[in-house]
Each structure stands twice: as C-alpha cells, then as structure tokens.
Design a protein around this ligand. Structure first.
Ligand code: PMP
Length: 420
C-alpha cells in the first residue's frame, strides 16, 4: 500500500504551517481533536457563501440543494462505516450526545431495576456518566471490565460478568487515554451470546482504522466528527434499523414529527425521529468531506505510518530514565501516555508548549482508569496521519533535553497570553 506524499498531505492542512511561540507547530494532541483539511474547511465556507438554507422544508432551490448535500453526507457516513441503510445513521452533536441519546431512549424504555450495564475501566467519562444517570433513574447496575497490568481488557473476567441480567455492554473501541485497542468483535459476540446489546464508542477508532459495523455486528456505534478531521459540533449515532425503529424519540421538536395536534403527535420515521430541530447542516456536510478524505487514504498505509511514529516515540522515551510509559497493550493506537518521576505532567506540557509542541496533560476524562493506575494523570502525545518523523523526533529530543536539565534551570516563560 502506498502512503501519500507527506509534504503534499500536510499542505492540505493549513493550520499545520503556523508557528507557536516562535516555533513551527508540532501538533500531537490529535486524540483531543484533529486539524482539518482544506476540503472540509472549503465545504463549510462554500455552504455558508452559496447554499445556506434550511433542510427538508422549503419549496425553493437553495433548500433543495442543501437537503441534497445533507443527505449525501449521510450516505457518505453510511458507506464510511458500512451500515446497511442510510436511515441507520443519525446526526448528533458528537459522541457524547449519541451516547446520551441511546441511554435516554433505549435505556429509559428498556431497563428495569436489577438489569446490568457492563462498561470497561478504560472508558471516557462520556461513556460512563450517561449510564450512571440512567442507572439512577431505572435502578440498573453498572459492572466494570478490568484491565491487566499492560492495559489489556481482561476478557476472562468480562465473561464472568455476563449473565442473563446483562442488557448492554458499552465499550470504547480504542482508549483515548492509553491507546488500547479493544477486541470489540469478540466482546460483541460474547455479549450477544448472553442476550445483551453492545454500544461501541468509536471516537478514537474512526480516524485510525477502517470500521465496518456489519462485520463487527455492533448494535450501536458512535463517534464525533472533530476527531476524524471533520468539524466540531457534529457526530454520528449508528444503530441497527429494527432496534432504532422500536426506540422512542428522545428530544421533541420540528423535523422529528409526522403530524402534530393537541390530541397527540405522530412521529417521523428514521432517521428524522431522532433529529429534532434544525441540525448542524454545515457540520454534516463538512464531516462528509472529512470521511471522503479518510476513505481516500489506504488504511493499511495509514496504520503503518502512524504505528511507525508511535514506535519511534515509545523507543525514544524508553531510553529516558525518568520517564515511564503508561499502557503497553498488545494492540495499540497511535497514542503514547507517560509520566515522569522528575517533573509534574503539567510542567512537561508547558515546557513542550514553549517549543511549539502541543500535547495533552491530565486525566483525559478517564478518571476511573487513572485511579486504577494510581495516577492523577499522564502526559499524552497522540498522532494523526499528517504527523512526520521529524516532528516526533523533535518531541523526543525536547523531552531528552528536559530530563538533562536541573529542575531549577527550567524557567517556563509564561508569555502565553499572546494573541492566538
Ligand atoms: N469517547 C472517547 C473515547 C473520546 O476520546 C471522546 C473525546 N475525547 C469522547 C468519547 C467524547 O467526544 P465528544 O466530546 O466529542 O462528544
């Protein structure tokens, strides 16, 4: 498989050529959000300049164009995750809203006291808190799949958790905090054998691997557009058609109805039943372009490139005495989490920032995971398709230098009030 010319690819991302604190930007915070290619930026710009109108309503030309573009983006999404039908793709604000939709619609209508929801220790708060809220109102109980010391899910223990009481398994495809790739196919199969449904949080997966919801046999699959080179404020809930047809609406309003009268309301069919109100039209169109961008790159070549970056960083950091890598799962996404015995995570983040290197520090919205690791956070570098070997070398060099510098010599220049 041929990887695209990296310089050419980077030119498609205007933000990558800016500088930060007088240094060329090295953007290694891709698990938080990715930068956007020109095709996405231009599609959003063009939409507002030339096409802006509301969808599905008016009888005029612009509205027809917009509706066409909006529904074409849904079809792109269907194809991107290999869903059977376009109506299995619901536009949401992001992964968080998609999970809340399932918790509120499916969860509130289906769960009763004593039913069990299985989560994993790896989950992002977005895949924990909605289930806790649901458990509070329904009396359902949350069970947790634990990890081994390398950060792999303990499948034996998972199997022991499954029972007739298990109604849902909600699991991250890839951990945002330590990069573990979960064996979702096996997890889904085991859950189905126990009669439970599975929601996969694919937020960190879609930018790094080809996702096929039919091959996985997922019941629900969610992700945010902004982590896959698309705009913020838009994301996707995939759900199996029969399942979503049987689910009640979540939010009420325009678009989601077929007929309203004060004696009662008939709801619209899928996908509109779950899309109350005017949607993020520009976001959906932009996300469509982002998915086309990712689909245009050979996924094996992408994996090989991103894996190379990760290994370079892991090897580089392993040779720095004071640094400890966190999460060494067998299958890993391009995410490297670490702590230093010498410096606080936040100080490392600030010192890297002074050199134009963007990483994330903290608990990464995965406090239960941090708790089990006995940490209050890590420094996390996460890579994307556009990162280069030179960038990751600059990152490792900066950390090497830092660890040869006595603490009192590290003066962080807090000029960061500068104009953005
Ligand atoms: N799940 C995972 C694994 C994530 O990494 C994130 C974002 N960090 C989310 C869910 C939530 O995504 P959003 O805030 O875009 O809804």
């Amino acid at each position: 498989p041929i990887f695209p010319d990296l310089d050419h690819l980077r030119q498609q991302f205007p933000l990558l050529s800016r500088s930060v604190h007088g240094h060329p930007l090295v953007y290694l915070d891709n698990a938080a959000t990715t930068q956007k290619p020109l095709s996405v930026i231009e599609s959003v710009d063009r939409y507002y300049r030339e096409q802006n109108a509301n969808v599905h309503r008016a009888a005029h030309f612009l509205s027809a164009c917009t509706t066409h573009a909006f529904e074409a983006a849904r079809e792109t999404a269907r194809h991107f995750i290999n869903a059977r039908f376009a109506e299995e793709v619901i536009w949401t604000r992001g992964a968080t809203e998609a999970i809340n939709l399932v918790a509120n619609s499916w969860g509130r209508s289906q769960l009763k006291e004593g039913d069990e929801i299985v989560l994993s220790r790896l989950e992002h708060h977005a895949n924990i808190v909605p289930w806790q809220l649901l458990a509070e109102t329904t009396g359902a109980i949350i069970k947790v799949i634990e990890l081994d010391e390398s950060g792999n899910l303990d499948l034996q223990q998972y199997q022991r958790l499954l029972s007739q009481k298990t109604r849902l398994v909600a699991i991250a495809h890839i951990s945002n905090a330590i990069g573990t790739i979960s064996p979702v196919k096996a997890i889904i199969e085991l859950a189905h054998n126990a009669g439970a449904l599975v929601l996969v949080d694919g937020s960190q997966a879609v930018a790094h691997q080809k996702v096929d919801v039919q091959a996985l046999d997922a019941d629900f699959y969610v992700f945010s557009g902004h982590k896959v080179y698309g705009p913020t404020g838009i994301g996707i809930l995939y759900g199996r058609r029969e399942l979503m047809e049987s689910m009640p609406p979540w939010q009420g309003g325009g678009e989601m109805i077929e007929r309203v009268s004060f004696s009662g309301t008939r709801f619209n069919s899928l996908p509109f039943k779950f899309e109350a109100g005017t949607p993020n039209i520009a976001g959906a169109i932009g996300l469509g372009k982002a998915m086309e961008f990712v689909s245009g790159i050979d996924s094996e070549a992408m994996n090989a490139h991103e894996d190379k970056l990760r290994k370079l960083v892991e090897d580089g950091l392993t040779s720095i005495n004071d640094i400890r890598l966190i999460g060494q799962a067998k299958h890993k996404a391009p995410v490297v989490s670490f702590v230093s015995s010498h410096y606080h995570n936040q100080d490392i983040g600030l010192m890297l920032d002074q050199q134009g290197i963007a990483v994330r520090t903290g608990h990464h919205c995965a406090m239960p995971l941090m708790e089990s690791l006995n940490l209050n956070g890590t420094v996390r570098a996460s890579f994307a398709i556009y990162n280069s070997v030179d960038e990751v070398k600059a990152f490792v060099d900066a950390l090497e230098k830092l660890h040869h510098t006595p603490l009192h010599d590290v003066i962080v220049d807090m000029k960061s009030e500068m104009a953005c």
